[in-house]
Ligand binder design. Structure first.
Ligand SMILES: C[S@@+](CC[C@H](N)C(=O)[O-])C[C@H]1O[C@@H](n2cnc3c(N)ncnc32)[C@H](O)[C@@H]1O
Length: 235
């Protein structure tokens, strides 16, 4: 799961004791070698659900794994992330990747992006846990505003495994530790498991204005199949 080129335990601990933004700045040079980077074998399963588009947006793009998947599919791609360090890596890694799309990287908060009616498709990978439930209206609203009418937002998620599964207990234990960490250390590091699970995520997406559909069986987690949520902004 961890690569020897990835961060040491102490580097990860230092990251977790920083803010979300600073933590990712610190992790950026080694991020590609962590299990937090969305794996390519998962991304290739999403690509056929996108098809050729003009303008694509990767929300919380990190080091650009999603941008690289999109590069042969889109004419122009924008990657947004709050961490300047992650964007620096993304720019370097995506320039060399196959595809001819024009690339642009923007530092910003996914909950308040400066785009309106600009994209045919938006994706986000590996960032669900960084958005607090209270911030979901702003997050989904910001993506909705960024899409052109008829544009689609693709979100990878899974079902909540429930308390009969050991993962549920591990995730709840991690979340409890994060709540304690954030109660005693400021600024907070926002990272929680079991967020935006299906079907719970349907309600805030619909409240933002999307028409929502779920596609099952794309990839597997240890306890459940992955679900690709396709949320469409009405034309
Ligand atoms: C686990 S990484 C995933 C990166 C990449 N999408 C991938 O799948 O490999 C999460 C990313 O979300 C970014 N992030 C977290 N909260 C954010 C926010 N509110 N706005 C923009 N980016 C955010 C972090 O800086 C980090 O790069």
């Amino acid at each position: 799961m961890f690569d020897r080129r990835g961060p040491t335990f102490f580097e990860l601990a230092r990251q977790a004791l920083s803010s979300t933004e600073k933590g990712y700045d610190l992790l950026a040079p080694k991020f590609e070698y962590t299990p937090f980077r969305t794996p390519d074998d998962l991304l290739v399963q999403v690509a056929p659900h996108i098809g050729p588009v003009d303008d694509a947006l990767d929300v919380a793009c990190g080091t650009g794994a999603g941008v690289r998947m999109l590069k042969p599919l889109a004419k122009r791609i924008t990657g947004v992330d709050m961490s300047a360090g992650m964007l620096e890596e993304a720019e370097r890694l995506c320039a060399e990747a196959p595809g001819v799309a024009e690339l642009r990287f923007v530092q910003g908060d996914a909950r308040d992006m400066p785009f309106e009616d600009a994209f045919d498709v938006a994706v986000t990978f590996g960032a669900n846990g960084h958005i607090l439930p209270a911030d979901e209206p702003a997050f989904f609203g910001s993506i909705y505003k960024a899409l052109k009418p008829g544009g689609r937002f693709l979100l990878l998620t899974h079902a909540n495994p429930g308390p009969l599964h050991p993962f549920w207990w591990a995730a709840r234990g991690f979340n409890a530790a994060m709540h304690v960490r954030n109660a005693v250390i400021d600024p907070p590091f926002v990272m929680f498991y079991l967020t935006m699970t299906w079907p719970m995520v349907r309600e805030p997406l619909e409240a933002a204005g999307f028409e929502v559909e779920a596609r099952h069986g794309l990839f597997t987690f240890p306890y459940t199949g992955g679900i690709l949520v396709v949320a469409t902004k009405p034309a």
